[in-house]
Design a protein around this ligand. Sequence first.
Ligand code: DWN
Ligand code: ZN
Length: 408
Amino acid sequence: MSRTTRCRVCNGTVTEFFDFRRQPLSDCFLAPGSAVEKEFFFRLAIGVCAECSMVQLMEEVPRENMFHEDYPYHSSGSAYMRAHFEQFAKRLISTELTGDSPFFVEIGCNDGIMLRALADAGVPSLGVDPSGVADLAAAKGLRVRKSFFEDATAQEILEADGPADVIYAANTLCHIPYIGSVLSGVTKLLAPGGVFVFEDPYLGDIVERTSFDQIYDEHFFLFSARSVRFMAARHGLELVDVERLPVHGGEVRYTLAHRGARQPSPAVAELLAEEERRKISDLPTLEKFGENVQKICKDLTTLLLDLKSSGKRVVGYGATAKSSVVTNFCGIGPELVEFVSDITPSKQGRLTPGVHIPVRPHEEFSAAYPDYALLFAWNHAEEIMEKEQEFRAAGGKWIMYVPDVRVV
Ligand code: DWN
Ligand code: ZN
């Protein structure tokens, strides 16, 4: 009998379609000498709601376990992503933040790329983020409130600063299981003509590319236009625009406004129709996705075992949160991948979650190139391959596993 739980959006029945079994926290890199027996594990499984079609995790990890002082991810680690956010900040400044006293609020501001761009243009803004990386934004003189964002937070911001013209969240909203509280806060804080814009990994791309490593503790929801439209309507909000984005392996930028405040763009109806045609939220499609995940894992472990038996060196590239589910689900440890190269100081010298592969600075990768680099940061492939031409010239090869396992 299939397992079920209650939907965090509408309380409907969520039916499980894939079980990644026991998994650690994807961004919990163990410091040397830390108590391995205290490592946190949970059952990572994913299902879909029969009522509202929201795809979501079956179990929730307490938020304080994930987003705390030691949270290691820095959004500004990719030049491509920095440019992506700076360009969008410019667009918002010229389209939405044009009034006499505009106000911008960012939920999950991380190290402050967007806030910096707005501050440079003189737009008053506030970032809300509970994790230690927000200190980096504050240290740049940007205004940050170090807390989780929920209904009460929105009320306090409204009383202190007044309504927001733009509320923005990049790679954050899908991280929040108590999303009803966030949306009721947004409804209060958003100015009558304002917009709530958020961008997150897109279910349609995840299904199409079998990018199963987008499913982990932090990614509680996998959004689609259909599920977002439904969720917004419960809070008096309306989906008025969607934009496909090439970043992080395929995302959608959703724009919500107060119901009736704006005319929805044709892109909304187009994406809804495409989702309907492709049946991206139907159980048979999602079960087929699960079969593809099993095939990728089998092919990847077979390749790594073959390389090991022929004496080749394999190093991981990018100690991503995504790599945690790949390594733990497929059973890839330090016996198959010597170390993982990563430019983030807070990950270096530590061990990856669960399987405990050492994370080393990039200098160790370039000092003695391996035969193969397993590209865990595949979403940054273009930027990384451009930078790593010497590795190629030295005979190095890349191992990719999305949408299928191949050597390039
Ligand atoms: O949603 C989330 C996304 C946006 O960021 C979070 N839940 C957590 C995090 O996920 P991730 O760790 O999978 O994100 P990235 O952006 O794929 O991580 C890239 C990793 O690779 C970083 O640790 C930095 C590293 N890196 C590197 O070593 N050399 C990245 C680039 C571009 C490089 O050249
Ligand atoms: Zn639901």
